[in-house]
Design a protein around this ligand. Structure first.
Ligand SMILES: [Zn+2]
Length: 237
């Protein structure tokens, strides 16, 4: 390989390195992991909200059950007085009957509430177990995806380090000033800076090169640049 051909090869390796570095940053499986983590944190938030709601419902239920107990106790005490013959005043009897009716009505309303709260708690419990199940599935999926990503990363990294080694080896075979010129061009303009001659056409900017330039470039043993775009020309058979 002549120096220019080596430089062309160096550029190929640089491009491969660049592509692998991009691939490493943008592994498709990483996107899946991000989505899975997002879903998981949403599920955990939902689980905590559902847990709080279930606690609230259970407390309310307990509270109403106590109230029912109180009312039952009050009502039976009134009943005892009423039917025990202690009270004889008709007006007082009427008041006590009215009070008993009111207590019964309240008790019956509270009992309906308790049934509704029990149903609510049941629905929440079943939703919680569904969310828990999905969390378990997502966690397992995440472990699998993370493993897959680590493998992919290791494979790309290994490839990258091989190519980097090849690049370093090749780099030492090319005279320093030529590599410096190449790197300067890379910094200045980016993209391909060593381009093949295709027929008589510059592989970079596609203008037709003068025959004198093609003749100069053909041995690939000196830096010949396209007069139009300034790229280094490499003759390819
Ligand atoms: Zn050109």
């Amino acid at each position: 390989m002549t120096e220019i051909q080596s430089l062309f090869k160096l550029q190929e390796l640089d491009m491969e390195c660049l592509a692998l570095e991009t691939a490493l940053r943008e592994l498709p499986v990483q996107k899946e992991i991000d989505e899975s983590q997002e879903r998981l944190s949403m599920l955990r938030e939902r689980l905590s909200r559902l847990g709080l709601e279930l606690n609230r419902v259970r407390k309310e239920q307990k509270h109403e059950e106590w109230e029912i107990k109180d009312i039952t106790a009050t009502a039976s005490s009134i009943s005892r007085k009423l039917y025990g013959g202690e009270v004889t005043n008709p007006r007082e009897i009427e008041n006590m009957r009215y009070r008993l009716d009111t207590l019964e009505a309240t008790k019956s309303r509270l009992e309906d509430d308790v049934i509704a709260l029990m149903e609510q708690a049941e629905a929440l419990e079943s939703e919680i177990s569904e969310v828990n199940l999905e969390i378990t599935q997502k966690e397992a999926e995440l472990v699998e995806l993370t493993g897959k990503r680590d493998l992919e990363m290791a494979a790309v990294s290994a490839k990258l380090s091989n190519i980097t080694e090849d690049r370093e080896r090749l780099r030492t075979q090319i005279p320093d000033p030529l590599v410096k010129k190449y790197e300067q061009l890379l910094r200045d303009r980016g993209g391909s800076v060593v381009v093949p001659i295709k027929g008589k056409i510059c592989g970079g900017c596609h203008v037709t090169l003068p025959s004198s330039i093609v003749i100069l470039a053909k041995p690939n043993n000196a830096v010949v640049r396209c007069e139009n775009c300034g790229r280094i020309l490499c003759w390819r058979e």
